[in-house]
Design a protein around this ligand. Structure first.
Ligand SMILES: *Cc1c(COP(=O)(O)O)cnc(C)c1O
Length: 366
């Protein structure tokens, strides 16, 4: 196979591709095993919202044959009503990843500075580098974002990423700290606030930032249906911003970027309060069980508020491989600069137990 890399743009040649979690069937085929579990991509162990599934089952052939509503009018209206915002403040994406990409493409080009935190979600550096932007990584504090240092690094930047909570560290920032950050960032710098895991956070100091948009016209908040609503496979998420900001993002948004199926499922999932509550409860219990189980194994754990937890195991690559052989897929974090850590998604009680048991076996502490 002849490499096409020499023809690619310099910033693309330098990229390290995003590493997705290993699919279950791929592992089972490789090892000739059955019943593997995947706790590698922070998916909802309960599956998708039943209301979303019902909406999908109702799709007829004619609907599938037609192009979707490119403006996603009904979903945006539903979201707006739910959030107490105007539909013109909502930009839908093929996953919230696409909204992150629209933000970078609209505001950061070759040579522009983009700021993010050490140990932040790996998509941020990838998007910035693909745009040819100059990435400025601000050292973490206790594995979390150092927001005052990040604000200071923004002086001549075009865009800054903040994940709250952050993946893979599970760290979060309270409303007061976040507000001080937004006030400190120069108004011409676009702030992308990624809230993919917001529904899992139970800390009282975690604020609903939707109402802040009027005060911070440089703010884009991203949220997703991939995590607590269990729709990662459908690819749908959204950005919240001023209508003026949304107008810019919409200029480069592909016209049919979200499917009719995804729009309908997302609208139905939005009303599925029972499913969201059940997912929150399952996660809260599982997060406690897994955290305590890891601590019992003597492993340092990064306290997490999300649906995953990262922990230190020393030779993580080796432990990862041995867990695979035991049929348990977790996520290595070497590409995050955390070669001694692994990240595990909180699963069902059975999956959590199986993971802890397998890990104890691998570490010889069974
Ligand atoms: C999972 C995740 C997302 C969501 O991605 P989608 O494209 O909406 O599926 C965004 N940000 C972070 C930090 C994530 O972990």
């Amino acid at each position: 196979m002849t490499s096409m890399l020499p023809q690619a743009l310099p910033q693309i040649r330098a990229l390290e591709p995003y590493q997705p979690g290993k699919p279950i069937d791929e592992l089972e085929r490789e090892l000739g095993i059955h019943g593997a579990i995947k706790l590698a991509s922070n998916e909802n162990p309960l599956g998708a919202s039943p209301r979303a599934c019902a909406a999908l089952a109702g799709l007829d052939a004619l609907t599938l044959a037609r192009y979707p509503d490119g403006a996603a009018t009904r979903l945006r209206a539903g979201l707006a009503a739910r959030l107490g915002l105007a539909p013109s403040m909502i930009t839908l994406g093929n996953g919230s990843s696409e909204v992150l990409e629209l933000a970078v493409r609209a505001f950061a080009g070759a040579g522009d500075a983009v700021v993010c935190a050490e140990y932040a979600f790996s998509l941020y550096p990838l998007l910035a580098q693909a745009a040819g932007a100059q990435l400025r990584t601000v050292p973490a504090r206790d594995f979390g974002h150092d927001l005052p240092a990040m604000a200071a690094a923004c002086a001549d930047a075009r865009l800054v990423f903040v994940a709250n909570p952050n993946n893979p560290t599970g760290t979060w920032v309270d409303g007061e700290t976040l507000e001080a950050f937004l006030k400190a960032v120069p108004p011409q710098v676009v702030v992308v606030l990624d809230e993919a895991y917001r529904e899992y956070v139970q800390q009282p100091g975690y604020v609903d930032t939707g109402s802040w948009i009027a005060r911070f016209p440089n703010l884009i908040i991203t949220r997703t249906f991939s995590k607590i609503y269990g729709l990662a496979g459908l690819r749908i998420g959204y950005g919240l911003s001023t209508p003026a900001m949304a107008e810019v993002l919409n200029r480069i948004r592909p016209p049919f970027n979200t499917s009719e199926a995804a729009q309908r499922a997302a609208l139905a999932a939005l009303d599925d309060a029972a499913f969201v509550r059940a997912s929150q409860d399952l996660n809260a219990t599982g997060l406690r069980v897994v955290t305590e189980g890891l601590e019992r194994l003597g492993l340092p754990v990064l306290p997490s508020v999300g649906n995953f937890v990262s922990f230190e195991v020393g030779p993580a690559a080796e432990v990862f491989q041995q867990l695979l052989r035991a049929g348990v897929i977790v996520r290595p974090l070497a590409n995050y600069g955390m070669p001694r850590h692994l990240r595990v998604t909180i699963g069902t009680p059975e999956e959590n137990a199986r993971f802890l048991e397998a890990l104890a076996g691998v570490l010889g502490r069974a």
